[in-house]
Design a protein around this ligand. Structure first.
Ligand code: G
Ligand code: G
Ligand code: MN
Ligand code: NA
Length: 253
């Protein structure tokens, strides 16, 4: 309960911030994933694993997630004015609880209208947990938002209640192969087989396949041979503050 009060305070006091991890296609950055951090006055930078689960449990994830979306739209509105950054996409993690909220679509629609960001550059990352229980609510929200140009990615694929039905039924643009499969890809034939099957299946459904947690050049070439389109991982860059990400892109683009 003390941590909950502290997190509520952090959100109000502007102690949360976003880091940006590049996403790569070919040899160039195509965008970033926004990842939240908590700049605690005494404890320093706290990673999301230490407060997102709490935020989910106490409902704070809804205002927190809204704050992340507001930041993301503000960044996209800035990029829109810059010919080098204009085509970059920004991926935002959206929790199951958040998409299931009745006001989610309306709030995001209003945010897009007042922020002047290009909706085609915004990508929402959902995990399979968003479709547990009330699958129809999540699908309705996705369909409405896709009509505005927003794109959707299925995050951490293969780790949750993976169902091939999800790949078939959900209006997705991209799936992300979880980093747990990428880690031992080169040594573990089971992980290589899983990765290959996910890639083939997603490609057959017309989706882009992104691999996350890519740390080695050999992992990247292996994944490329399997048909992966895009990559994210420490091989390219860690999640970093916005100015560092922008500098990275200006160097590469
Ligand atoms: O940045 P890091 O690798 O530590 O992120 C760990 C986890 O925290 C990831 O699984 C990511 O999905 C989650 N996470 C990071 N930022 C956000 C956010 O803005 N909203 C939600 N719901 N989850 C996030
Ligand atoms: O939302 P998601 O669970 O996909 O969050 C991505 C997480 O993976 C973040 O916590 C990010 O810091 C982490 N990450 C990104 N690239 C790498 C990598 O190359 N190796 C490892 N171990 N973690 C990574
Ligand atoms: Mn993610
Ligand atoms: Na992930």
């Amino acid at each position: 309960a003390r941590l909950e009060a502290a997190l509520r305070h952090a959100l109000q006091q502007g102690q949360l911030l976003l880091h940006y991890q590049p996403q790569i296609r070919g040899s160039q950055p195509t965008g970033a994933e926004a990842l939240v951090r908590w700049q605690h006055p005494e404890r320093g930078l706290i990673p999301p694993a230490e407060f997102i689960p709490l935020a989910e449990a106490c409902g704070l994830i809804v205002p927190l997630g809204q704050w992340v979306l507001e930041q993301a739209c503000a960044v996209l509105a800035q990029w829109r004015q810059d010919p080098v950054l204009e085509a970059l996409t920004l991926s935002v993690n959206v929790s199951a609880h958040q998409v299931q909220q009745p006001g989610f679509v309306l709030h995001l629609k209003q945010l897009l209208e007042r922020s002047d960001c290009n909706p085609h550059r915004l990508k929402l990352e959902l995990t399979e947990s968003a479709f547990i229980g009330d699958e129809q609510t999540a699908i309705r929200a996705m369909t409405a938002l896709r009509a505005l140009g927003i794109r959707f990615s299925l995050d951490d694929f293969g780790t949750g209640y993976s169902s091939l039905r999800h790949l078939k039924r959900l209006p997705l643009d991209q799936i992300k192969i979880d980093q747990s499969f990428v880690r031992d890809l080169l040594d573990d034939p089971d992980d290589a087989a899983i990765t290959q099957v996910i890639t083939q299946l997603a490609r057959n459904f017309g989706m882009e396949v992104m691999a996350e947690g890519v740390e080695l050049p050999a992992q990247r070439s292996f994944l490329e041979r399997l048909g992966c389109h895009a990559f994210q991982g420490y091989l390219f860059a860690r999640p970093q503050p916005l100015p560092a990400f922008v500098a990275f892109c200006r160097q590469q683009l």
